[in-house]
Design a protein around this ligand. Structure first.
Ligand code: C5P
Length: 236
């Protein structure tokens, strides 16, 4: 457990641990391997995501969560000091495994490996908001498409007002206490961590996200990411 107990001290000097869920199958990417292990310029997305967290200068420890059969190979690919644990069937299970390995956190970031090109300054902005007193912070961007809700047969059931919609990214940042309470109460799956915090009544604050923090999910995303990675030299 952390020695920091004063709430003000948690904000100013508290320990920041980043959890990186990377245990998904990534079938939508169509590369035949889990997407966190697909490479951009010879470097895995997971490694790029971890490097970005370290480069941000605001993260004290990184815990990555990977498929059980990849633990050894991931340990050898990542910098010393990065912890590697086995994930679960759903993203929520994987984050839960990461939480169990991050007992000494005061502030927690959850950052998808699939957002491999996230600029380090965005990560620093999330942590700065936590240190300034927010309990839950998510990067978010306006959506350019009109979004419809549909039923199981594809019939449109509604058109939410676009100006009120945001696409949220990672890293999502939380006080450790709040995120742990949200996961303790979680009785179903969630596609993002802030959603679980909202369910227990937590106030989630958005900050302006970054287009480069897009989630690399489809072959088109991967083509874009590879084009971007080739434009900017990435160390191997
Ligand atoms: O599937 P989705 O794109 O929402 O996955 C987001 C992130 O969560 C990815 O980095 C993926 O590897 C991770 N994940 C996980 N464990 C799972 C499913 C997804 O760590 N069981």
């Amino acid at each position: 457990m952390s020695n920091v107990t004063d709430p003000a001290e948690v904000r100013s000097g508290g320990r920041v641990i980043a959890l990186v869920p990377a245990a998904g199958r990534g079938e939508r990417l169509g590369e035949g391997i889990p997407k966190a292990f697909v490479t951009l310029r010879g470097v895995s997305m997971l490694r790029l995501a971890v490097d970005g967290l370290i480069e941000s200068g605001v993260v004290d420890r990184v815990v990555v969560i990977v498929p059980a059969d990849r633990i050894d190979s991931v340990r050898s690919e990542l910098p010393d000091g990065v912890d590697v644990v086995a994930g679960g069937a759903e993203r929520t299970d994987s984050v839960r495994a990461g939480l169990a390995a991050a007992e000494d956190a005061d502030l927690l970031l959850v950052h998808d490996a699939a957002r491999a090109l996230t600029p380090p300054p965005l990560i620093a902005r999330v942590v700065a908001e936590l240190r300034a007193g927010r309990d839950a912070v998510v990067p978010a961007l306006p959506v350019s498409d009109t979004i419809k809700t549909v039923d199981l047969l594809g019939a449109v059931t509604g058109t939410p007002e676009r100006s009120e919609l945001r696409a949220v990214q990672t890293p999502q940042g939380f006080t450790a206490d709040l995120l742990r309470r949200a996961y303790a109460a979680a009785d179903s799956l969630a596609t993002d961590d802030a959603g679980l915090v909202e369910r227990i009544g937590g106030r989630v604050r958005t900050i302006v996200g970054d287009p480069l923090a897009f989630k690399i999910t489809t072959p088109l995303d991967l083509a874009l990411a590879r084009a971007l990675a080739n434009d900017e030299p990435i160390e191997q």
